[in-house]
Design a protein around this ligand. Structure first.
Ligand code: ADP
Ligand code: MG
Length: 226
């Protein structure tokens, strides 16, 4: 699903955010990416999305070499990826329904499909009764559930989550993790950056630990180690 081979990323200011990164994530895995602030987690996620080009090395996503992607193909490539951020990034002037429907319109789904699919996905994340609410009327946890619905509505191969529980309390964090776990059980691969030790230690998933741009541990059955 994802492979990194000798990947380096050096920013214009000479900061080396990724230093000889090598790993492979198979289809269906749930992987935590941990490390203190500045260790390179967001940079790694951005290179998978091709928001940033790595300086050297090879990244493959779903058997496609990212380097070889042409500019015109990048939007299509990103359609197969669901992304979730710490700050939710919802459209504040649109309802919950419209936030999720918009993601389907972007991929040119037809309106009948949208009408059927959006309520199903919102039910999956427990927001069936909030269809017509605006983001400002929701709690942080509910807003993040809308973001998850939006990320999964087009059935992505892979979900990339960058500190999705960073703004949430422990109880809400658990709810979000439960939903992501369900999404993963239905076959979607998940890579989630976090520095929440508690979450990582409870979930017993594979953990890739970063420090100063390097992978320092890669443990199959979890445990937050730095
Ligand atoms: P994390 O997500 O683990 O906190 P980042 O990937 O955001 O880490 O940052 C890794 C390193 O790269 C940090 O030293 C950070 O200051 C630097 N960095 C991040 N983004 C940029 C950028 N756009 N330009 C220059 N340096 C950056
Ligand atoms: Mg980050």
């Amino acid at each position: 699903m994802i492979s990194f081979k000798n990947v380096n990323l050096i920013y214009d200011n000479d900061v080396q955010a990724l230093n000889n990164i090598n790993f492979r994530i198979n289809k269906g895995e749930f992987v935590f990416l941990v490390g203190t602030s500045g260790s390179g987690k967001s940079s790694l996620i951005k290179t998978i999305l091709k928001e940033i080009d790595c300086t050297s090395g090879d990244i493959n996503v779903n058997s496609q070499s990212i380097k070889e992607l042409k500019n015109k193909d990048i939007p299509y490539f990103r359609r197969r990826l669901g992304v979730i951020f710490q700050d939710f990034r919802l459209l504040n002037e649109k309802t919950v329904y419209e936030n999720v429907a918009t993601a389907m319109r972007v991929v040119e789904a037809d309106e009948n499909n949208i009408k059927k699919r959006v309520p199903i996905v919102l039910e999956k994340v427990g927001l069936k009764n909030k269809l017509n609410c605006y983001p400002r009327e929701l709690s942080g946890g509910e807003q993040q559930r809308v973001a998850i619905a939006r990320a999964i509505v087009n059935d992505p191969l892979l979900i990339l989550a960058d500190e999705p529980t960073g703004n949430l309390d422990p109880e809400t964090t658990l709810e979000i993790l439960k939903i992501l776990n369900e999404v993963n059980k239905s076959g979607t691969t998940i890579l989630m950056a976090t520095h929440d030790k508690e979450v990582v230690n409870n979930m017993r998933k594979r953990v890739i630990s970063m420090k100063n741009g390097k992978i320092i541990h890669d443990n199959i059955e979890g445990g937050y180690k730095l």
